[in-house]
Design a protein around this ligand. Structure first.
Ligand code: NAP
Length: 330
């Protein structure tokens, strides 16, 4: 006989800062929080089970719903401002752009060309069938970046100086309507694509490895749990690379004005206080954020993944401390 459980749901992860699968739970959890606030408890990330577990009862009975426990101290998630490098990143040589035929990809391609990239390779499944761009240095090629061999081949053929991973798909639905297949499909383009690009380029001296993540992953967006999970996982891949000394930045974009994935959500975002960003502003931010690659950055309303770079601050009530998780990715 089915029983109704009305206890709040808490999700506990381990090492979510740099583990894409654990981090995906944070992206998904933030959407559950929006869709089912009555049932939502929160998210807790542990680093060291034995030391951290004794703090759980206090966190579970506290007021914070996104907490990382590190070294026996609980840190609450906070959004803080970050500064961006005014110089920014100056692209040069060859830049490989996945999802480059999409709405954002075409703005990015024009910006890359204007900034000095000599060869801009735009990849998507439809390739040249999707777009014709009369921009110097632009080549459009067909390829499915969920396929590892395809990504390996593209990297070998073009030897990029920088990678921008902007490929993605949507399959929106409330959490109760999602299926494993719907989650897997959305995760594949973003997360498998990023993993394949990471693996295929490790031997190259890249000057930028840029992942197009989303506000949905770091703040939440009702009806987009699969997309939020995928974007949160992207943020962890960037963290993972940086922890290994490799370049990476994951940019949690708010909506760009004009066409693109956020088109249908524009009004909802606007009501939520997130105004669409002009593409010219966005690409300028792209350069600055990437130039500032050792810091976490975000645009539009700003976002922040969980608690890797937590900077504890005094908290009003023990044991949870407020932590600056910065304005998003580094
Ligand atoms: N638009 C926004 O305001 C906004 C806001 C936040 C984040 N973002 C992120 O920015 C990125 C670009 O967004 P957009 O608005 O430009 O989206 P879009 O117009 O829908 O473009 C998506 C691109 O990804 C390609 N793609 C999808 N699956 C692929 C695969 N398996 N292999 C290769 N290419 C694939 C698509 O081409 P094919 O279908 O031909 O493969 C298309 O070129 C996305 O990652 C999105 O999550 C966008």
């Amino acid at each position: 006989m089915a029983q109704t459980v009305d206890a709040p749901l808490w999700c506990v992860t381990r090492g979510a800062a740099t583990d894409p699968a654990q981090r995906a739970v944070w992206g998904l959890g933030r959407v559950v929080a929006l869709e089912h606030p009555d049932r939502w408890g929160g998210l807790i990330d542990l680093a060291d089970g034995d030391r951290d577990l004794p703090l759980l009862p206090a966190v579970l009975s506290g007021t914070e719903d996104q907490v990382a426990i590190r070294g026996g101290v609980a840190h609450a998630r906070r959004l803080t401002r970050t500064t961006a490098d005014r110089q920014g990143w100056r692209p040069s040589g060859t830049v490989l752009v996945t999802g480059g035929t999409g709405a954002l990809g075409t703005h990015v391609a024009k910006w890359l060309a204007a900034q000095g990239a000599s060869r801009i390779v735009l990849v998507s499944r439809r390739g040249p069938d999707a777009v014709t761009l009369d921009v110097p240095g632009v080549e459009v090629v067909a390829g499915d970046i969920t396929d590892r061999a395809t990504v390996t081949r593209l990297v070998a053929e073009y030897t990029p100086n920088a990678v921008i991973h902007a490929a993605g798909i949507l399959d929106d639905g409330t959490v109760d309507a999602l299926t494993p297949e719907r989650v897997a499909a959305v995760m594949a383009a973003k997360v498998d694509g990023a993993r394949h690009l990471d693996a295929a380029t490790r031997h190259l001296p890249l000057d930028a490895f840029i992942l197009f993540s989303s506000f949905a992953g770091s703040v939440g967006s009702a009806g987009q749990a699969n997309y939020a999970a995928a974007n949160a996982a992207l943020d962890a891949i960037a963290e993972q690379r940086r922890a290994e000394g490799l370049p990476a930045v994951s940019i949690a974009w708010g909506s760009w004005a004009g066409d693109g994935m956020a088109g249908d959500l524009g009004d909802r975002h606007r009501r939520g206080g997130v105004r669409p960003m002009h593409p010219a502003t966005a690409v300028t931010a792209l350069g600055r954020v990437t130039g500032n690659a050792n810091r976490r950055c975000s645009t539009s309303s700003g976002t922040a993944p969980p608690p890797s770079s937590a900077t504890p601050a005094p908290a009003p009530s023990a044991p949870t401390r407020r932590s600056a998780t910065s304005g998003s990715t580094r």
